[in-house]
Design a protein around this ligand. Sequence first.
Ligand SMILES: [Zn+2]
Length: 375
Amino acid sequence: MHQKKNDNHQSSHGREGLWVHSPLAAICFLFPLFFFAASLHAAEGLESIHLSVRVFRFQSDEDPRLNCSLSDKEIREQFVAVNDTWKQASIVWEIESIREMKAKKPDLFSRAMMNPRGQLAAALVQNLQDDHLLVGGFNVVIAEDFEKSIGGVFIPQADGIVFYAKRGPKGIQTPAVLAHELGHALGLPHTIFEKGNNLMMGSGPERVPTRVKPVTASQIAIARQYAEVGKPFKPQTLKAPKGNPAEVFHFLDSDSNGVLTVDESPTEYRDYAKEFFRKASRSPNDEINRQDYSKIVRQRSSGSRRVGYGPEIIPQILTRFDSDQNGILSRAEVKNPSSVVFRFFKQWDLDGDQQLTRKEMEESLKRSRAQPPAN
Ligand SMILES: [Zn+2]
């Protein structure tokens, strides 16, 4: 759900945007078949990577929305479509097995569905039978109906689980929703620059529910890096260079040519640069020019103004920071300057007493969420 931050979309003539604006691409837009042929071309010469995924049907007598009615055949058909998207990257999702999973706390799910933006992700995690999961691999857990809440969600914490449902906000779901969540599981964020019904668009008018969706060469490169590791993507927090965005650009642009590459960045910030590139759907072999850099920074800061999280992250926040476990965060407990809580401490501390209560965080996170999530 961390990907929620990136649901603004802006156009660009960035490096990987170039082909979109080339005459060939213009023709491809007119003839979607050519368009897909062009995308699929990217996979040629790439060795296929096979990824095992264990699929679960949530079962519940208490809440029919958890009780998945998809047959094995229907699930396999969905994966055929998922693989039609992913073959652009020569990545093959292989069903290891299809199993049932009795939802552990359906009452939590039922309650969360009354206010899905608040608690749904946490409630889904709490319904897992952890010992059934494919360890160190990919797991997809399918419910029956997420109603208007979400189409699916990848939760990177713990083992990295994809939750999906037969029905979502638009009724019966297209397998592209599942392919999208698996994209998150391979480190792909929502798009900033990519257009034209790209697989990883979080929202926007260009996003249409097609069975198969295009991905860019850069997205292919990013996804393959994680696919080669064979485990779901885990986010990391990296130390950013000090300074305002212009200073950081100057610092990372070692050869001062006005274009960033990962390789030129100072060694101790190379991982940071790589991560910066990833969050903009750029592979480590790409370049980011000054204009695109500004766009990324703007997009990110607008994302952080509304935070992009909901109150469902409060249990995680408390687990991580509340060392004395009194349910209240003091300034002393929140030390990491790069954490969201550190950055928003003052803003969230509604009564200004230098302590964050659960109520203050709930209220602040509710206010900060300006638009529905795009998972
Ligand atoms: Zn998403």
